[in-house]
Design a protein around this ligand. Structure first.
Ligand SMILES: [Zn+2]
Length: 129
C-alpha cells in the first residue's frame, strides 16, 4: 500500500492543488453515469471431460471448455456457471465492473489527496493574506 501511495504522489506532485483535484474528481464522478450494467467477480475457463461416451471429449480426447464466474462471499469462493451463449455478455459485464472499480479508485485517491492537502493549503492561503 505504501508503494502505491508514493507512486500516486509523484504523479500528482507537479500540477496539483485542491481546486485541480476537485475538478478532476468532478470529471470522474460524471463518468460514473456512463457506467452500464456490470457484474463483480472474475471469469475462469475450465477444461474438463463430461463423461458422456458419445461425446467428442471421450471419442477425440478434446476437453470441453466451460466458463464460470468466480466470486467471494464472506471469504468463501463461489462459482456461477456461465451458459455458452452468455459468455460474451458476461465478459462485457465484468469489464464494465472493472471500469467502475478503476473510477472508484481514482475518485478515492483524489478525495484522500484533498483531505491530506487541506491543512497545508489553508496555511498557505493564510500566509498570502
Ligand atoms: Zn463431453
Amino acid at each position: 500500500m505504501n508503494n502505491i501511495y508514493i507512486i500516486h504522489m509523484n504523479k500528482y506532485e507537479l500540477k496539483i492543488n485542491t481546486a485541480w483535484l476537485k475538478r478532476k474528481r468532478d470529471g470522474l464522478v460524471k463518468k460514473l453515469a456512463g457506467i452500464g450494467p456490470f457484474v463483480d467477480g472474475s471469469i475462469a475457463k475450465v477444461k474438463r471431460r463430461c463423461g458422456n461416451k458419445n461425446c467428442k471429449c471421450y471419442l477425440k480426447g478434446e476437453k470441453h471448455e466451460s466458463y464460470y464466474l468466480m466470486y467471494k462471499t464472506a471469504g468463501v469462493t463461489k462459482a456461477v456457471y456461465i451458459p455458452v451463449d452468455m459468455v460474451d455478455e458476461v465478459i462485457a459485464l465484468n469489464k464494465e465492473y472493472k471500469k467502475l472499480k478503476r473510477i472508484i479508485a481514482e475518485i478515492t485517491r483524489a478525495s484522500k489527496e484533498i483531505i491530506r492537502r487541506h491543512v497545508s493549503e489553508k496555511r498557505q492561503k493564510g500566509q498570502r493574506k
